[in-house]
Write a protein that binds this ligand. Structure first.
Ligand code: GLV
Ligand code: MN
Ligand code: MN
Length: 410
């Protein structure tokens, strides 16, 4: 089966009228992990999982050394696309299949990891699985995170759509000697420049905040305008301040993408709003400046709108530079496949940000048609998907070879 056919098959799991809804530990997301395990089993690879729900598919090496690793995620955002995350996982599986078909065993094991819940679309902590793996979030703390449906991650893992039933659960997966993540670009830069393979330089840092705005609910017909404490008006001003801060600071983005209005009734002045803010830049100082501007704006809004506002960070990930040495290897592989292969920064977050805390990491991008992502219309040309698999396979083999020929373990 070709990679775009496998991705099309996965895309049926969680399909909605507008895209794919495959949040972590829901039935469709469980089914996607099961499908991966089934395909991995047909390839003769070993599969196990850790207690955070990360799934490891492994081609054994000649020696029992720490692996060379690739991976990405199988969960999606709400009404998301078929390629964000799933591509990196399935491409990894195809790379393993191609390597295995040569009959030449690598020196090290080569692993593909399906990281649990990269999107943070059910539990408000992105990269939850890779953060636990990398020791950034203790498992107990991750298990206590409460999802948007009120269930904790721990309870979701124990539910019928949590940890895979027929896959061994293990502890103590050793960090890899090198990690490479293949992903769609999710923006328009590569397509516009005619670049088919991108060598990622760095992943933008990101901060997410949970904001509570408390005003006073009341009758929409009888409460005079003067003296109201309308939480939605305050939220609107704050949202515009977030947008303005990113424009003013530059080389950064900031978004309010989630807003819950209570009681959310036509004839009631909104008494309470919960919202989340997402701020990103490859320059961490800009993220900090934007946060300060948002907090200053909130202080002004509190005075002017007669409301209370609390702003709590829920996720802080600094900008992550890719490892220089791995990047050089990836660049050589990519330029041999695409003479126009070029460097590119990632505005999106990836599991590589977390893995970078325990291993050297690199990333490869393929173009997104019209730059569309996090929407059902997300697409990449089949030929580009296949080229990416070759780049991934070449990089995995080059890492195995490089780290074999010049490491002290030799
Ligand atoms: C994940 O895709 C993110 O960048 O939010
Ligand atoms: Mn992704
Ligand atoms: Mn995504």
């Amino acid at each position: 089966m070709k990679i775009h056919e496998r991705l099309a098959e996965l895309a049926t799991l969680g399909a909605t009228a507008e895209g794919i809804d495959r949040a972590l530990c829901t039935a469709p997301e469980y089914a996607a992990r099961e499908r991966l395990v089934r395909w991995a089993g047909s390839g003769g690879f070993s599969v196990d999982q850790d207690r955070a729900g990360n799934v490891f598919v492994r081609l054994n090496g000649r020696e029992a050394l720490p692996p060379v690793q690739c991976g990405s995620h199988l969960d999606t955002v709400k009404n998301g696309g078929a390629y964000d995350g799933a591509y990196g996982v399935i491409a990894g599986l195809e790379a393993l299949e191609m390597i295995a078909s040569t009959g030449v065993m690598p020196r090290r094991p080569i692993e593909v990891v399906a990281w649990a819940g990269e999107e943070g679309s059910r539990f408000p902590l992105g990269c939850i699985g890779s953060a636990v793996y990398a020791g950034l979030t203790p498992l107990a703390q991750a298990r206590a995170v409460i999802g948007d449906d009120g269930m904790t991650f721990g309870d979701a893992l124990a539910s019928p759509t949590g940890l895979l039933r027929d896959v061994p659960v293990r502890d103590g997966f050793p960090p890899p000697v090198a990690y490479v993540e293949l992903h769609i670009e999710q923006g328009p830069v590569m397509e516009r420049a005619g670049i088919r393979l991108g060598i990622v330089t760095a992943i933008a840092g990101q901060c997410r905040f949970h904001v509570e705005i408390t005003g006073q609910a009341g009758h929409a017909g009888t409460m005079p305008m003067a003296g109201r404490a309308d939480a939605l008006c305050a939220a609107s001003e704050l949202t515009l301040a977030v947008d303005r801060a990113a424009h003013d600071v530059g080389n950064a983005v900031a978004t309010v993408g989630r807003l819950i209005v209570e009681p959310n009734q036509t004839n009631i002045v909104p008494g309470h709003v919960t919202l989340r803010i997402d701020v990103r830049s490859v320059d961490d100082a800009r993220v900090a400046t934007i946060e300060k501007r948002i907090r200053d704006a909130a202080a002004t809004i509190v005075q002017g709108r007669n409301v209370r506002i609390t702003i709590e960070p829920i996720e802080t990930r600094p900008a992550t530079a890719m490892n220089e040495r791995l990047r050089k290897v990836v660049r050589d592989v990519c330029t041999s496949l695409d003479p126009k292969a070029a460097n590119i920064a990632s505005g999106a977050g990836h599991d590589a940000m977390c893995v970078a805390h325990v291993a050297p990491v690199a990333m490869i991008f393929v173009p997104s048609i019209a730059g569309q992502s996090h929407v059902g219309a997300e697409r990449t040309a089949p030929g580009d998907l296949e080229l990416g698999v070759l780049a991934l396979m070449g990089s995995l083999l080059a890492f195995d070879h490089e780290l074999t020929t010049d490491s002290k373990e030799k």
